[in-house]
Design a protein around this ligand. Sequence first.
Ligand SMILES: CC(C)[C@H](C(=O)O)[C@@H](O)C(=O)O
Ligand code: SF4
Length: 427
Amino acid sequence: MTLAEKIISKKMGREVVAGETVEVDVDIAMTHDGTTPLTVKTFEKIADKVWNPEKVVIVFDHNIPANTSKAANMQVLTRNFVNEQGIKNYYKGGEGICHQLLPEKGHVLPNTVIAGGDSHTCTHGAFGAFATGFGATDMGYIYAMGKTWLKVPETIRVEVSGVNERIYGKDIILKTCKEIGRSGATYMALEYGGNAVKNLDMDDRMTLSNMAIEMGGKTGLIEADDTTYEYLALAGVNSSKIAELKKERLTSDYYDEKIQNDAYHGVLEFDITDMEEQVACPHHPDNVTDVSNIKGLEINQVFIGSCTNGKINDLRVAAKYLKNNEVHRNVRLIVIPASKAIFNQAIAEGLINTFVDAGAMICTPGCGPCLGAHQGVLGDGEVALSTTNRNFKGRMGNLNSDVYLSSPAVAAMSAIKGYITNEHEKY
Ligand SMILES: CC(C)[C@H](C(=O)O)[C@@H](O)C(=O)O
Ligand code: SF4
């Protein structure tokens, strides 16, 4: 069986296989400032009280502080809902991006079902949770009833081997997007494994899971292991709960030759040993090339942040290259830690000083320029290099601009040179 089938089977208390439609209980439901108002509209047609206020998490992250009265009014509506419903897990802005906060605050556990009113909810698959995004209508129903229907997805196994210190989770997932394509995993689960995935820390594993949706994937799963349990302990999950999770650990049957061929829709295998850093070109995250093919392309904005690459290790890597260097005169560098905890850690380690000294602008933890609403909208003809997950036409607020995607390492090196590059004196 695949990991997706095993997680849902465990939830259902019976064996289920891909293709079956089931009704599952949801363990955690999340919406943010962008999706709560429409969720509430549906919810109010069905119920007066959310099914379980302890299991609902509401985060202000997309448009904070509000830049228009419309955005501010959406936040007023959301705050009123939170207070009426007695929702304790409420992050009122500045605490971070929902997909970062949920695991950081211990809301994400292996073998659970997580429903989020945001397409990148698949990020939590990195913890072995069946986590997926829903539209506001479905979220309204989930807030009322605490359950949803799902078709148990087929799975594509992504098996990555090799060792290469220049290659990060972002390079691995961009390469995966290139190979699978924008709709190659529609309504499927991706299951990442192999020694190159096993060697990644949770920050980089979350980067892999985060971009499953860019291939149409329902979720991006990684089986829980000691790296996962260590993260959970730091997130405040108590030791008896972790012991229980270890006992109930689910693993996929990928390495069982007898089962492998039947259970998986497909397998993508690659080795990172000789791989180059990857860059996604406009206007889709599957339009990916080796950095050497695009080297020298001039850029005007670099954004290091988002739910894909705003984590502490991302900032450490970027600071390593930016230390004692200056951002190129034609480039704006915007750095946004993905959460308050990461921001504080980055201050403590001197990373923020490094960024400021290099000429970066630092903004409040949140989505920032990722979706083009504010904080870093591009001008006509401008080119951005961003560590985010999407480079659709107009994504950064201007249809006459181009967005390229890369890892924080390539983004930092390029910010200094003023063009896309993987060259730096520290290499
Ligand atoms: C605004 C929100 C609904 C959207 C999503 O669901 O993904 C956003 O987070 C994005 O990344 O485009
Ligand atoms: S950081 Fe970007 S991709 Fe992530 S939730 Fe926010 S807008 Fe969506």
